[in-house]
Design a protein around this ligand. Structure first.
Ligand SMILES: [Zn+2]
Length: 373
C-alpha cells in the first residue's frame, strides 16, 4: 500500500513478531503477516459456496501484484540510495518499510508514484490477452466472485492504483501530495496540509462505508487511513523538533564506563546501581566496544560472573561527532540497531546518545515549543 514512515524500531532488526519471512527478493526480506492466514481461511470458506466461480489462484495472483507494487516502491527508493528494511504483506495490502535516511521530497514523490505505476503497467499488459481469451474488457465491479482469473487480475490492477492514489496518508496518493507540496513550501506545513486532507478523506470513506456500502473492510481501511494521517503528522512534528539541533545538544554526558578487564559481576552491579543500561568498554582512554544490558545477561549465562567484560561486549559500535546534526542519530536508530551511539571527539569519548535520551529530548523540545504561545 505505501512506504511506511520511519519511527524508532525495537532493538531487533527483524520486522513484526507477527509475521514470517517467506522470501528474499534482491536483498529485501518479504514477510507475510499472520492475519493473512485468517484471511486465507475466510477465502477458503467463500470459495466453498456453490455460486463462487472465482479461481483459487486469483487471491495469490492479486497478492503477487501487491508484492510487485511494493517492490516498485522499494527498488525506486534504492535508486535514490534509500534502503528498504522489509516488505510485509497484510490482508489489506502491503507495506514497504524504508530505513535510514529519509527520502527528500522529490525522491518521495517518485518512490510513492512507482508502486501504483507498476499496477498500471500490469493492467495495460493484460489488455491484449483479455481481448484474445475473454473477448474484451470486463465490467469493473468490486465483486470478483463471478470473474475469470484473467479478468480478476485485470480489475485488481485497475483498482489498486485508483485506490492507492486517494490523497490520504498512508495511501501513496497522500505521500505524492505531501511531496508535491513540500517541493513548494516548508515540509512541516506540507505534512500538516496533506495530513488534514487525508483525515477528511478518511471520514468521507468511513461515512460511505457505513451508510452507503455497509462494507466492513472499507470501514477498517478508513479507520487506518485516519490513524495513519495522525501518525504521519505526529512523526513529522517529532522530526521538525530535531532540525537545527546537533548531537552535542542531546547527548548524555554523565555516564559510567567499564574497564575491559572488569568482570561481568561488576558490570551487573553497575547495571543495578543506576539507570544506565549500556556501558562503553574502555582501556585507558581508548574505547574498545559497548556492553548493553542484553550483553550482560547473555555473558552471565554463558561465561558466569567471573567472565570478562571484554569477552561479552560488542566490538562494533557506531560513532558520531558532537557537531553532526541530530537527525543523523534518528537515521542510525532507524536502521534497526538501537544500541547507543558513541559520541567521539577524535578518539576521545565525550558522550552517548540512546533511544531513551533521544525521546526525552524530543519530549522536552515539544514542551518548550508549546510554552512559546
Ligand atoms: Zn504503494
Amino acid at each position: 500500500m505505501q512506504p511506511e514512515a520511519e519511527r524508532p524500531q525495537p532493538r531487533q532488526a527483524s520486522g513484526s513478531p507477527w509475521s514470517i519471512r517467506i522470501a528474499t527478493i534482491s536483498g529485501i526480506p518479504i514477510r507475510l503477516h499472520f492475519t493473512f492466514l485468517l484471511f486465507l481461511g475466510w477465502i477458503f470458506l467463500v470459495l466453498r459456496q456453490p455460486e463462487a466461480r472465482m479461481s483459487v489462484w486469483l487471491i495469490p495472483a492479486i497478492f503477487f501484484c501487491v508484492l510487485l507494487h511494493e517492490l516498485g516502491h522499494a527498488l525506486t527508493a534504492r535508486r535514490f540510495g534509500v534502503k528498504t528494511r522489509d516488505i510485509t504483506l497484510y490482508p489489506i495490502g502491503g507495506v514497504a518499510m524504508l530505513q535510514g535516511r529519509r527520502p527528500r521530497p522529490n525522491e518521495e514523490f517518485w518512490i510513492a508514484l512507482a508502486g501504483p505505476a507498476v499496477n498500471v503497467v500490469i493492467a495495460i499488459l493484460l489488455i491484449p490477452f483479455l481481448f484474445v481469451f475473454e473477448g474484451g474488457l470486463p465490467w469493473i465491479t468490486l465483486s470478483l466472485l463471478d470473474k475469470s482469473l484473467l479478468e480478476g487480475i485485470f480489475i485488481a490492477n485497475v483498482f489498486l492504483p485508483l485506490f492507492n492514489m486517494i490523497p490520504a496518508f498512508p495511501m501513496d496518493g497522500g505521500r505524492v501530495l505531501r511531496a508535491y507540496l513540500a517541493m513548494r513550501m516548508d515540509e512541516t506545513r506540507a505534512t500538516q496540509i496533506a495530513g488534514t486532507i487525508g483525515q477528511f478523506f478518511a471520514i468521507v470513506i468511513g461515512f460511505y462505508a457505513l451508510f452507503g456500502q455497509q462494507n466492513i473492510i472499507l470501514m477498517i481501511i478508513a479507520f487506518f487511513v485516519f490513524l495513519g494521517a495522525q501518525q504521519e503528522m505526529q512523526a513529522h512534528m517529532g522530526l521538525s523538533l530535531l532540525t537545527g539541533k546537533r548531537i552535542g545538544d542531546a547527548m548524555v554526558t554523565r555516564f559510567r564506563t567499564l574497564a575491559s578487564a572488569a568482570s561481568l559481576e561488576e558490570a551487573a552491579r553497575m547495571l543495578l546501581e543506576g539507570s544506565q543500561q549500556d556501558f562503553p568498554v574502555v582501556f585507558g582512554e581508548e574505547v574498545l566496544g559497548i556492553l548493553t544490558r542484553g550483553d550482560i545477561a547473555r555473558g552471565l549465562a554463558s561465561e558466569g560472573p567471573t567472565g570478562y567484560v571484554s569477552g561479552a561486549m560488542r566490538r562494533e559500535f557506531r560513532r558520531v561527532a558532537p557537531e553532526e546534526p541530530l537527525e543523523r542519530a534518528l537515521e542510525l536508530f532507524n536502521e534497526g540497531d538501537t544500541a547507543p551511539l558513541m559520541v567521539m571527539e577524535g578518539e576521545r569519548l565525550v558522550g552517548m546518545v540512546t533511544t531513551e535520551n533521544l525521546s526525552e529530548f524530543l519530549m522536552l523540545q515539544h514542551a518548550r515549543a508549546q510554552s512559546r504561545v
